[in-house]
Design a protein around this ligand. Structure first.
Ligand code: RP5
Length: 166
């Protein structure tokens, strides 16, 4: 059976980032978005990171997600080598608890944007990728609308439960 063309490339700075980044691919699977996973370090394998990003568009990818901690330059290096949107996930994996990664990921110079989500925000990174793809995909936009309706219903249920428990 042929595997569908991946539209989102998820890149981890290290295999040690696997657990905290799992919500990214779980969320893409939830929305039926084909994706691929790689481990690629901006510092330990810089040439591979540059090559991956340089070839991403011609390989059919449409959005890249980069999760990295500490001096997190992975999203930046990918963004430097592609015109695809790059979403950065700063990770809490150092004594600075993700603040180092947040600043390294979010403080990009003018001309090279990285859409940065919260520290350890892998699910939001995936949802943002889905929203980018949904700009030109009505079916995907419908699934996002359904998710929002479910979130609304859950908050309204919680509101009623709280009031009735008093
Ligand atoms: C970063 O340093 C990685 O993204 C990871 O969050 C952190 C530690 O990496 P390892 O030393 O466990 O490979 O580059």
């Amino acid at each position: 059976m042929n595997r569908p063309q991946p539209l989102v490339g998820i890149v981890l700075g290290s295999a040690s980032d696997r657990q905290v980044m799992a919500p990214a691919w779980q969320t893409l699977s939830e929305f039926g978005v084909p994706h691929e996973l790689s481990v690629c370090s901006a510092h330990r394998t810089p040439a591979r990171a540059a090559d991956y990003a340089s070839r991403a568009r011609e390989r059919g990818l449409r959005v890249l997600i980069a999760g990295a901690g500490a001096a997190a330059h992975l999203a930046a290096v990918l963004a430097a080598h592609t015109t695809l949107p790059v979403i950065g996930v700063p990770l809490n994996s150092s004594p600075l608890q993700g603040l180092d990664a947040l600043y390294a990921t979010v403080q990009m110079p003018s001309g090279v944007p990285v859409a940065t989500v919260a520290i350890d925000g892998a699910r939001n990174a995936a949802l943002l990728a889905v929203q980018i793809l949904a700009v030109s995909d009505e079916e995907l936009a419908g699934r996002l609308a359904q998710m929002k309706a479910e979130m609304t219903a859950a908050v309204e249920r919680a509101d009623v439960e709280l009031k009735t428990s008093l």
